[in-house]
Design a protein around this ligand. Structure first.
Ligand code: UD1
Length: 379
């Protein structure tokens, strides 16, 4: 069974790592890795391949940054010949970035069966580019692997047949559990003069939070207050870095002595930092999940989350984007309200193995015929 596995942007790399490992170990699966090049900086891409032991990509499309339409189109144009050359049985895409939908669409148009890992997540917010990517990718996938029960329920509500959907757990958590001990060897705390629980970490990159002065300013007001009590380590995403400067916040940020701006970090240093943080402030999807496993309280600076299980088990607070709400969440953490949380079912390090097992089982999923589903209209 030949499977073209796709990764393109930073959050894809920790998802594809355990999948490649499980596929390579499986006698019936022949995986090939395609990197779209959506992320390309050393610290946004290569470092993750090295640290996570991801094999060199078999193909790199080297697409790079552009507007959504151009980036998606360029990935499609470059990926189609790869599919035609390799003629895989499946294309596998992960997550919700532009590479996910671009390669998914190419596969569907060529009649190659599509697998989506991390299917069914919904924020309900169609202004998020990721939500559009998720909805569209799921609607054309033949096999959908979910991380949490809400994903299964969302797909059922959207009319996707039960037989295509499998709740397998979370491949990102496979990577975290596998690398936890290795990350403990990192000297990042000593290097930065930090002590366990004596600091917070922060990531911010959502366009809705960092692309306008009003949104970024409100968040920085809260950050300003918190960093007076507790240092905040802020590995800054390239998009945010550009906007801090362009929107006129550079001088303000430089006055905050407790805000420690650093370049994007590698996986192991960042895992060590998060595991030992008092809490995490973020607008990332993946970090809401990682803090859940690490049992570190998380303040999610967004109006919605596609990962509700992280709030249900008690580690994540979804607070919105106002200064007051962020500070209220900070107070609740300082009062110890978020120190006890549970772990979602199946987030046990075995998700990729379950995916390989489903694929290698000769059942109906392998014979889903798109024409039967769409009736006669495309014959
Ligand atoms: C993308 C994903 C987002 C994910 C995020 C993680 C989409 C729609 N968005 O957003 O879901 O959470 O990755 O990082 O796919 N840049 C660099 N170096 C790089 C990559 C990007 O400098 O290696 C800069 C470029 O100026 C680029 C900007 O960052 O224009 C944004 O990159 P892009 O891939 O378009 O989106 P992200 O904001 O990273």
């Amino acid at each position: 069974m030949k499977i073209l596995c796709v990764a393109g942007a930073r959050p894809n790399f920790m998802k594809i790592a355990p999948i490649m490992e499980a596929f390579h170990a499986h006698p019936d699966i022949d995986p090939l890795l395609v990197h779209t090049g959506q992320h390309y900086d050393e610290r946004m891409s290569n470092l993750f391949f090295r640290e996570l032991g991801i094999p060199e990509p078999d193909v790199n499309l080297e697409v790079g940054s552009a507007s959504h339409a151009v980036q998606t189109a360029e990935i499609m144009k470059a990926f189609e010949p790869v599919c035609l050359q390799h003629r895989p049985d499946y294309v596998l895409v992960v997550g919700d970035v532009n590479s996910t939908i671009a390669c998914g669409l190419v596969a569907a148009k060529l009649g190659i069966k599509l697998i989506h890992v991390e299917a069914g997540l919904r924020s309900g917010d169609r202004t998020m580019p990721e939500e559009i990517n998720r909805l569209l990718t799921d609607s054309i996938s033949d096999l959908l692997f979910c991380t949490e029960p809400s994903g299964v329920e969302n797909l059922r509500r959207e009319g996707i047949s039960n037989g295509k959907v499998h709740l397998v757990g979370n491949v990102m958590i496979d990577t975290l559990l596998k690398n936890r001990a290795k990350a403990e060897q990192s000297t990042v705390l000593e290097d930065m003069g930090l002590v366990p629980r004596g600091y917070a970490t922060m990531t911010l990159h959502r366009p809705s939070n960092v692309d306008t002065p009003a949104a970024l300013g409100a968040i920085l007001d809260a950050v300003d207050t918190i960093q007076r009590d507790l240092p905040i380590v802020f590995p800054i995403h390239p998009r945010t870095c550009k906007n801090v400067e362009a929107l006129g916040f550079q001088a303000r940020v430089e006055t905050m002595a407790g805000l420690r701006l650093v370049d994007p970090l590698g996986y192991l240093d960042f895992l060590k930092l998060n595991a030992n943080a008092r809490f995490v402030l973020t607008d990332s999807g993946g970090l809401q999940e990682e803090t859940t496993i690490l049992r570190v309280p998380c303040i999610t600076i967004r109006e919605n989350t596609e990962r509700p299980v992280t709030c249900q088990v008690g580690s994540n607070q979804l607070v919105g984007t106002s200064t007051e709400a962020i500070l209220a969440a900070y107070d609740r953490i300082q009062n110890g309200q978020f120190d006890q949380a549970g772990i979602p079912d199946l987030w046990d390090g075995q998700a990729a193995t379950r995916i390989a097992a489903v694929l290698a089982t000769p059942v109906e999923h392998a014979t889903v015929d798109r024409r039967q589903e769409t009736g006669d209209r495309d014959r």
